[in-house]
Structure formats: structure tokens, C-alpha cells
Design a protein around this ligand. Structure first.
Ligand SMILES: *Cc1c(COP(=O)(O)O)cnc(C)c1O
Length: 481
């Protein structure tokens, strides 16, 4: 019965007259109209009326129905679901930060501007690039912003370049961003080792190429060892190299995109730098670019004049704003605290530990699961249930669903597209050996389970296998008993 109760809406547990707090009668004379009459509502809004304990139980019960990094191991490949230090919440909530209004004058928010200015510089340094825009609100928007910057750059040079080349292992946002920015997205094949097929790249590369977008390490968890050759090829044809920085967690302080030839990149602050994420947001996707692209960055950027920080709008070649105000400042702050807490050596340790954890997990399961591209990986790896499916009718989806019974969030499945029946596993550096061992044990056990039993998984949750398309398009939000 308690379970049923917790599925009720707040409006359904409302009773007229119930309150959390009651204020004493007003003991001073009421003044007349403080607000113009025509701004007042005719009637009070129909808000739910509940007592405090019912309100608390309602929301606490709802919160326990979430799976989150604070409740469960969350090896969602490519998403870097690492622990979000709680200290960041306290710091971001400091009144001097949390109570600012974005329309305040620069003079009245110097502290915030200084943090944002420092963050611009730090992100440029980690990238090995020159200039940063903090505005984009997610990785995908960072991609779009950088491609618009590239388009403006080529327009400025009078070069009519129309194409963006993208490896077939890329995240779907890469071709989508290229298309929205007005380019033709052209796919470049991967070779048998899961890296860029150089012959295919050479065949497709010409003066129409504006940008080559690459994820490195790529979505198979492999570092692209040919990256120097690739960037030379692109630059020789006058194109720009874009680095999708979603996998920066593997290379912080070890190598820098600017050093291996990238001209622009985005960060996913909510992945690499512990902004809490999941369920679609919030995020922050700052971009870093080389000096010659800087004039085209979105305005404003934060500048420093002596001891004074200010927002600079005087940027005639800028592509303009891509996000209101200064971007998703709440997430940028958490990233800043994380980076400043760890420092350069700490960040390098993050990546070393992330790579170690992924390789440990890989070594624990690779005798039982096919891992098409490698004995070794960077911060994640992609296993395949192709053989299992053929021989025992067990799919990646069956394994993902069954993992829920063991209290794990499922890995990323059916991505990247170049691996059939893909299970993309990213443990991150914040997990203990015990957690990795328990997860490996669960995977090994599932491998031996009966196929029919797995087809029905999960067995222990309220819902087993919803029709995934229908559940998204026609969600049934109310509990029917
Ligand atoms: C997550 C991700 C993106 C998109 O980033 P968002 O912040 O989700 O918009 C792009 N590329 C790769 C490889 C990713 O993993």
C-alpha cells in the first residue's frame, strides 16, 4: 500500500486547508495596492495543499525510484558517469555565486567573472589550444558552435568548403551537428583495427573538406595512433581538425588535442569534470580553438584588463550568441572546483586510474565476452554479444536488462554502430576494485544463464520489458492497479 501511495501525484494527496507552515496573523496594518491591479491574478493558483511530512515522504519516495551514480554503479560507456564530489555542491551554493543575477553589472560580479576567466585559461591549457568559449550548454552544442565558427572562418577567407568528414565510429551528434551547421556529412570507414581507414580518408579528402571530426580516444576505447598522419593530411588540404572531447577522461595531462593537431574541440564538463548529469542534463560543452579561429567565437567572452574582469561584446567577426548569458554557469563552476582541487598532477592521475580500471575490468571478462578491438583499451572498451546471439540467442539487450537485477545501470548498448551487439563499458576512475569485481562476476554469471530466462529479464523490478519506442512516445505515467 505504501508503494501504491508513493506513485500518487502530489495533487492527488492534496486536501483543502492542509499546510506545511502557517504564518501568524499580520500584526501591522495592511497597505493598499503595492502591485498594479492588472498584474494580479483573479484567484489563487490551484496548488496542492499537503502537510509537511506527506510532502517530504512524497519527494523522498520519488527520489528513491531513480537510478543514479549515488545509488548504483553506472558503467554507461562514453558518458563518464563518475562520482560527483558533494563538496562542489556546497561551493557552488555559496551566496556570492548562487545569488548572482546574470543581468548584474560586470563591476558587481567580479568574483564570478574571475572564475570564468580562469576556467577559460585552464581549459585552453588542458586542450593545448589558445582560446575558449564557455557558452555551449552541452557537447553537442559545442560541436555545432565550433562548426559554425569553422564555417565563418572559411567564409571570411572566401573558401567555399561544404563537407565535414566523420569516421563511422563517431557519436551520432557529429553528423547531426555538421548537417545543422549547413555542411554535408561524409562518412569515413574504420579499418579492421577499429581506427580510421587512411585510404578511405585520402579518397574522400579534397578542397571541399572544411573539417574532419575525430573522437580520440575513439568510441571503441582505442587511441588513434595515426593521429599525426591524419592531421597532416587534413591540414595539407587546408581543412581543420575537430576533436570530439567526450573521451578526454582518458588523456588529461597525458596528451593534448592541440599538440596532436586538433584545431578545435569541445569538452563535456558534465562527463570529464564531474558536473552531475543523467536524464538529459544539465551540461556544459565549452569549446577551445586555435588563435586564428578566436575572432569567430561566440560573444561575449570574459576578458581581463589589469585587475578588472569584463564581458567583451566588441567582436565584429563573432558568430554571435549560442546560449543565454554566460552558459550553464552552475555546471561550469563544478568543473572549475574539480580541476582546481586536483591540479595538473591530480588530473593526470584521474586519467591513469580511469584507464587502469577499464583495463582491469576488461581483463576480468575478456575470456567470456568477445571484445573485437583489443586486448587493451583506454578508459572504456566495447564488448560484443554477436557470438552469444548466434550460438545461444542471447543479445546485448538481454545482458543489459539482466544487469538491472544485480543493481547495475546497464552499459551503453548498440553503440558504436561499427560493433554488432555492442556493450560499451566505462567504469571510470572513481570505482573501487571491489565494485569492479562484483560487476565482472555479474557479467560472468549472466553469460552462463538460460537464454529464455534472460529474454524475460529484468525479473526483480516493477517493470520488465516495456516497448521502448512506445514507452518514449506514449508514456503511461499513471499507475493502474
Ligand atoms: C556524450 C557525447 C557527445 C555529446 O555530448 P552531450 O554533452 O551529450 O551533448 C558527443 N560525442 C561523444 C563521443 C559523446 O560521448
Amino acid at each position: 500500500m505504501d508503494k501504491l501511495q508513493s506513485t500518487e501525484l502530489l495533487f492527488e494527496i492534496s486536501h483543502a486547508g492542509r499546510r506545511c507552515h502557517r504564518l501568524p496573523e499580520c500584526d501591522v496594518p495592511a497597505t493598499g495596492d503595492l502591485l498594479p491591479r492588472d498584474t494580479l491574478a483573479d484567484a489563487a493558483p490551484p496548488l496542492p495543499e499537503v502537510g509537511e511530512i506527506d510532502l517530504v515522504r512524497h519527494f523522498v519516495n520519488l527520489s528513491t525510484r531513480n537510478m543514479s551514480i549515488d545509488t548504483n554503479f553506472y558503467p554507461l560507456g562514453s558518458c563518464t558517469m563518475k562520482y560527483n564530489p558533494k563538496r562542489h555542491e556546497r561551493l557552488a551554493a555559496l551566496p556570492g555565486l548562487a545569488n548572482l543575477h546574470p543581468l548584474q553589472s560586470d563591476e558587481s560580479c567580479q568574483g564570478m567573472l574571475q572564475i570564468l576567466w580562469e576556467l577559460q585559461n585552464i581549459l585552453a591549457e588542458i586542450a593545448g589550444l589558445d582560446a575558449v568559449s564557455l557558452q555551449p550548454a552541452a557537447g553537442a552544442q559545442g560541436e555545432l558552435t565550433a562548426l559554425l565558427v569553422a564555417a565563418a572562418y572559411f567564409r571570411d577567407r572566401g573558401e567555399p568548403r561544404t563537407r565535414v568528414l566523420i569516421p563511422d565510429s563517431a557519436h551520432g551528434t557529429n553528423p547531426a551537428s555538421a548537417a545543422i551547421a549547413g555542411f554535408d556529412a561524409v562518412t569515413v570507414k574504420s579499418n579492421a583495427r577499429g581506427l580510421v581507414d587512411l585510404d578511405d580518408l585520402r579518397a574522400k579528402l579534397d578542397e571541399r573538406t572544411a573539417v574532419f571530426m575525430i573522437t580520440n580516444p575513439n568510441t571503441l576505447g582505442l587511441f588513434e595512433g595515426q593521429i599525426a598522419t591524419i592531421t597532416e593530411l587534413i591540414h595539407a588540404r587546408g581543412g581543420l581538425v575537430y576533436l570530439d572531447g567526450a573521451n578526454m577522461n582518458a588523456i588529461l595531462g597525458i596528451t593534448r588535442p592541440g599538440d596532436f593537431g586538433a584545431d578545435m574541440m569541445h569538452y563535456n564538463v558534465h562527463k570529464t569534470f564531474t558536473g552531475p548529469h543523467g536524464a538529459g542534463g544539465p551540461g556544459a560543452g565549452p569549446i577551445a580553438v586555435r588563435r586564428r579561429l578566436e575572432p569567430f567565437l561566440p560573444a561575449p567572452v570574459v576578458l581581463r584588463d589589469g585587475d578588472h574582469f569584463r564581458l567583451d561584446y566588441e567582436r565584429p567577426k563573432s558568430i554571435g550568441r549560442v546560449r543565454s548569458f554566460f552558459g550553464n554557469v552552475g555546471i561550469l563552476l563544478r568543473g572549475y572546483f574539480y580541476i582546481r582541487t586536483l591540479g595538473p598532477n591530480g588530473l593526470r592521475q584521474v586519467s591513469e586510474q580511469a584507464v587502469l580500471n577499464a583495463n582491469y575490468l576488461l581483463s576480468r571478462i575478456k575470456h567470456a565476452y568477445e571484445v573485437p578491438h583489443g586486448d587493451r583499451c583506454m578508459h572504456e572498451f566495447v564488448a560484443s554479444a554477436r557470438g552469444l546471439r548466434r550460438e545461444r540467442r542471447i543479445s546485448a539487450m538481454d545482458i543489459a536488462k539482466r544487469l538491472l537485477d544485480f543493481g547495475y545501470h546497464a552499459p551503453t548498448v548498440y553503440f558504436p554502430l561499427v560493433v554488432p551487439e555492442a556493450l560499451m563499458i566505462e567504469p571510470t576512475e572513481t570505482e573501487s576494485k571491489e565494485t569492479l569485481d562484483r560487476f565482472a562476476d555479474a557479467l560472468l554469471r549472466i553469460r552462463e544463464e538460460d537464454a529464455d530466462f534472460l529474454h524475460e529479464a529484468p525479473h526483480t523490478l516493477g517493470i520488465s520489458r516495456p516497448d521502448e519506442v512506445k514507452a518514449a512516445k506514449e508514456p503511461l505515467l499513471r499507475w493502474k492497479s
